[in-house]
Design a protein around this ligand. Structure first.
Ligand code: IPE
Ligand code: IPE
Ligand code: MG
Length: 261
């Protein structure tokens, strides 16, 4: 039976998409606008991406909004990014809630201004029971920070005899990381043309499919996401197995590590 391209895509929709939204500054520069205009335009691309992920029944969308290294930028740009974050939360939370989106923020939020911390807590509280899409915003987040805070927590539990050193395996360790209750990213997208991870999710990207596009984040639209999904649908995820092993189980859904054991 002939299966259409759309059907193939429909059956291979990633459960979790993680995106480095890069290229706002260059988008603005091309238009002789200040970098902050690029960040503003980037918010529209976030809105579109969220809507599209809801339509496609993606379970988790993680967006890298501000890295632990982005504090190094000019003070004025950092302030404007923080203000944009607050105003976006103010304007969008209700709509996200109505659309069944659960919003969560990961990262070291203790370093954020108090009003922003409060807004984040309120948005998380309002949307906590929603189940349509988990929207995770990584702010003042770094993959190394996440691993280190997990290590500290595990070390504390060992010291207090809650767990023993021999108990520490992949699962126990992972349960101390920020995205612990969510599936690992299936598809990683970076816009803006750079081919690097820039300290985004590190541990959980171990078997994620990586996709890089030169499209600048404010230009990223439904068609750009379709292209990424199409590329993803054509990949064979092997998790260390051979193609033959994976194909012999082709009737099963996407293989996961251990599934073929
Ligand atoms: C990504 O766009 C947004 C943030 C890092 C906050 P950039 O601001 O990094 O845009 P480019 O890379 O300078 O074009
Ligand atoms: C990564 O982009 C962080 C976010 C998109 C929030 P950067 O633009 O900061 O990354 P580098 O510095 O080019 O690696
Ligand atoms: Mg950049």
């Amino acid at each position: 039976m002939q299966v259409s391209r759309n059907e193939i895509i429909a059956v291979q929709i990633p459960r979790h998409i993680a995106i480095i939204m890069d290229g706002n500054g260059r988008w603005a520069k091309k238009r002789f606008l200040p970098r902050t205009a690029g960040h503003q335009a980037g918010v529209s691309a976030v809105r579109k991406t969220v809507e599209y992920c809801i339509q496609k029944s993606v379970a988790v969308l993680t967006l890298f909004a501000f890295s632990s290294e982005n504090w190094r930028r000019p003070q004025q740009e950092v302030s404007i990014l923080m203000e944009l974050f607050i105003s976006t939360l103010e304007h969008e939370t209700e709509k996200l809630h109505q659309n069944g989106v659960r919003l969560r923020v990961i990262g070291d939020r203790g370093a954020l201004a108090r009003p922003l911390q409060d807004k984040i807590a309120a948005s998380e509280q309002l949307t906590r029971n929603n189940q349509k899409l988990n929207l995770v915003i990584a702010t003042n987040y770094g993959g190394r920070w996440d691993i280190l805070q997990g290590v500290r927590e595990v070390a504390r539990k060992v010291k207090e005899n809650v767990i023993s050193i021999a108990d520490i395996d992949d699962q126990v360790f992972e349960s101390h990381l920020s995205l612990s209750d969510l599936p690992e990213p299936d598809l990683f997208i970076r816009t803006g043309g750079e081919q690097r991870i820039s300290n985004f999710v590190l541990w959980q990207l171990a078997y994620t499919e990586l996709y890089f596009t030169t499209t600048l984040w404010p230009d990223f639209d439904e068609q750009s996401l379709e292209l990424a999904l199409e590329d993803y649908a054509n990949r064979q995820r092997r998790f260390g197995y051979t193609s033959e092993q994976v194909e012999s189980r082709a009737n099963q859904s996407v293989p996961q590590p251990g599934l073929l054991d």
